[in-house]
Write a protein that binds this ligand. Sequence first.
Ligand SMILES: *Cc1c(COP(=O)(O)O)cnc(C)c1O
Length: 241
Amino acid sequence: MSTEENYNELLSKVQQNLEVVLERISVAADKSNRSAKDITLVGVTKYVGIPESRSLLQAGCKVLGESRPQQLWQKNSDSELSNASWHLIGHLQRNKVERTLPAVDLIHGVDSLRLLEAINQSAAKQGVTSKILLEVNCSGDEAKHGFHQSVILPLFEDMDRYNNIEIKGLMTMAAREGGSRVARSNFASLRELRDELREKLSNSNLIPILSMGMSGDFEEAILEGSTMVRVGSALWNGIRD
Ligand SMILES: *Cc1c(COP(=O)(O)O)cnc(C)c1O
């Protein structure tokens, strides 16, 4: 088979997988009385290389996510993949902030004050405003990154300190154990936290984004109000490995 035939076969598989995922999103959105248009799919490319990532973009998934900064830099410097809107969904180390800012539209996993400070400084130096999500540990799992729920309100009240950061919303990961029931209650906690912040800060436009839900649990997340799902494995069925 020629390289072109291989690529076309890959593209058609990715298109099929993407269709399945979009349909699942649409069904869950209906069930939660929302429009699928209000839910952004972040296509996670961390399992695959450049050709596969290109095929996902070509299939129509315009927002792509990587969990490692170096991989994100590498893909964002590809002539085609630079046209995607890149989100960093994983942990960001402070020494990688400077190079990451120009490559991304949104950073999902901001999980410490030191990181917030580093992003703010770097953004000021680069003359930009960085859009970020605060990662919240809703599962109580000690091994997970993320702020404790109780520090989010004081953090919002103190946002004047961070002039070059715009907090677009909150992000969480469900507990590994406990199945869909526990996942759903973790997602509900994040939504309740958002509602509480909006009420206490008297601003119903605050926190437009709730980033929650992955291949195994995005329907539950959508039912609990997710506006952004980060889906990897389900898009690469029959492709990776
Ligand atoms: C890998 C990853 C995802 C995607 O997970 P899948 O189960 O493959 O869909 C979502 N969010 C984060 C933070 C990830 O690291």
